[in-house]
Design a binder for this molecule. Structure first.
Ligand code: PLP
Length: 373
């Protein structure tokens, strides 16, 4: 009998979020609202649809394995050399490529916890040690669940090959500020590659949250990850990118690229999206305005919500997370529960968010009726 590696057998099975159409049918409503995956609610950009239609005629050929046009467009946009840029099949694939490229078995991969769920899994698959540093816990009235960069610096040693700093952090939406991050990068050993995962960078409004690409300059052990899945609206096409200060880092990541994994359609769409930046900015501004409205509405309800710098909000409801998410789902709203931690709710359209708020009110009223205290 064949058997998978123990590390693989122990990986949690992927549990996909509920499909809104299925959920709506099951509970007998016209429509369910999906606020679980941090997508933007806008349809694909017009220029993207045009580029896809044009590129469809090329799909009997393999894609350009080097994503040359996209790489050049990104390099120009950020004022770096194309040798510093690597496109990938989503930023998650680039995370995997990074672990393959830098983590020998037994070496360390450090990150905050709670943070992006795939970081500890990357370590397991690579046979590396996952070094998890708890977030600074929330306190009433103060910011909740922020990175503890001092503890992270202390946890990094000379066996650590990779450090992920997710900024803003998924799932808490909190962000680290410039001075703290600079101090951290100054202290990090040169042998550890610090990856600033900026999947939500476009939604950052606090000027004191640094742009990783600026901090990266002059630091050869720093790289930045970004994606077209969130603000740029291409989640279904799978395309993200890494920008490294040291071209050797980019080269190592390119060597672990799964051949042709960034499709012709994905490449064409990403180039077209970059050309529609003004429209993307308008969309991001709408999301940011709605984020403020949603945050205020939650605070009016007495909930402790930190300021989010991303396109989602985090309700740190602790042990109630799974029950709350299930109760919301029964009212046609799909959110993302983190057992024992909280629920992450994507900023939707104003009407989607109103459906969420009404469902939340109904759940909390119900809870008050059934469990008088
Ligand atoms: C969504 C997300 C990504 C990117 O995902 P892809 O769709 O694979 O590009 C990367 N990091 C974090 C923290 C994310 O939330």
């Amino acid at each position: 009998m064949v058997s998978a590696r123990p590390a693989v057998q122990q990986l949690p099975a992927y549990k996909p979020g509920r499909n809104p159409a299925d959920l709506a049918r099951e509970i007998g409503v016209a429509q369910a609202v999906k606020l679980a995956s941090n997508e933007v609610a806008f349809p694909p950009l017009p220029a993207v649809l045009e580029a896809l239609a044009a590129a469809a005629g090329e799909t009997h050929r393999y894609p350009d394995n080097g994503a040359v046009v996209l790489t050049a467009a990104l390099a120009e946009r950020y004022g770096v050399d194309p040798a510093q840029v690597v496109a990938g099949c989503g930023a998650v694939m680039l995370c995997q490529q990074l672990a393959q490229a830098f983590n020998d078995p037994g070496t360390g991969l450090a990150h905050a916890w709670r943070s992006f769920e795939i970081y500890p899994l990357l370590a397991r698959v690579a046979g590396a040690r996952s070094i998890q540093v708890p977030l600074v816990p929330g306190r009433p009235g103060g910011p909740v669940d922020t990175h503890d960069l001092e503890a992270l610096a202390a946890a990094v040693d000379d066996t650590t090959r990779l450090v992920f700093v997710c900024n803003p952090n998924n799932p808490t939406g909190t962000a680290v500020r410039r001075a703290a991050l600079e101090r951290f990068l100054d202290a990090a050993p040169e042998s550890a590659l610090v990856v600033l995962d900026e999947a939500y960078r476009e939604f950052v409004t606090d000027p004191d949250v640094p742009d990783g690409l600026e901090l990266m300059r002059g630091r050869p052990n720093v790289a930045v990850l970004r994606t077209f899945s969130k603000a740029w609206g291409l989640a279904g096409l799978r395309v993200g990118y890494l920008v490294a200060e040291d071209p050797a880092v980019a080269d190592a990541v390119r060597r672990t690229h799964v051949p042709f994994s960034v499709s012709t359609l994905a490449q064409a769409a990403a180039v077209a999206a970059l050309g529609s930046e003004d429209e993307v900015r308008r969309r991001v501004a709408a999301v940011v305005a709605e984020r403020a409205r949603l945050t205020a509405a939650l605070r009016e309800r007495g909930l402790d919500v930190s300021d989010s710098q991303a396109n989602f909000v985090w309700l740190a409801v602790g042990e109630d997370a799974a029950d709350l998410a299930a109760a919301l789902e029964a009212r046609a709203v799909i959110t993302r529960p983190y057992a024992g931690g909280g629920i992450r709710v994507t900023v939707g359209t104003p009407s989607e968010d109103d459906v969420f708020l009404a469902a939340l009110d109904a759940v909390r009223d119900g809870a008050r009726v059934t469990t008088p205290t």
